[in-house]
Write a protein that binds this ligand. Structure first.
Ligand code: 2AM
Length: 174
């Protein structure tokens, strides 16, 4: 099973991200836009792993209190365009705790530095004459706030029309 751990976005935040995607579309940028129901912040990417129950056991021990995230920027890592957040100690601490819980349980995951983001578009195709990244600076965004009260173990399956993400279990803030 292909698994990852993520914070789902609430409806208000999903709408704000969808508005950003609409602004990008209006600049005639095509590509693989993340469907609204798939929008999330990845905390840890596990990849192929056979035992989701073992992962739930490990992450159920993560204790955290609700914290606020403020989405205020748009950026890119090469061919991945994202929306990002104001620096958040709560978010950094949560990612640290989740990754520590996985490490302690001997569950492998991608150890790349945590760079919080919501992927909004992959493999952009620019309008004729547009340079890579053209238009990013012109996209209006929030700021939009959301209180994080939970995160989830997610399964990713390749469907006929793209990736389908399903929550296998949720961990709530205290
Ligand atoms: P993303 O966080 O940039 O969107 C499921 O594949 C999710 O895990 C996606 O959201 C994906 O990218 C994220 N992810 C993080 N590291 C990954 C990796 N090494 N391979 C695939 N997906 C990864």
């Amino acid at each position: 099973m292909r698994l990852f751990i993520a914070i789902p976005l609430n409806e208000t935040m999903r709408q704000s991200v969808a508005d950003v995607q609409e602004s990008i579309r209006q600049q005639h940028v095509k590509g693989n836009y993340t469907p609204r129901e798939n929008l999330h912040i990845t905390l840890a990417f596990i990849g192929e792993y056979p035992d989701p129950d073992r992962i739930m056991e490990a992450i159920e021990g993560v204790v955290f209190t609700p914290f606020t995230l403020t989405m205020d920027k748009v950026g890119s890592f090469g061919s991945v365009w994202w929306t990002g957040f104001e620096e958040s100690n709560g978010l950094q601490a949560l990612a640290c705790k989740v990754r520590r819980a996985l490490s302690d349980a001997g569950i492998p995951f991608d150890k790349k530095k945590f760079r919080p983001h919501v992927t909004v578009l992959r493999k952009p195709v620019y309008p004729a004459g547009g340079a890579p990244g053209a238009g990013l600076g012109q996209i209006g965004i929030g700021p939009e706030e959301m209180t994080v009260t939970e995160f989830a173990l997610m399964q990713s399956v390749r469907g006929r029309n793209g990736m389908i993400y399903t929550s296998l279990g949720t961990v709530h803030a205290i």
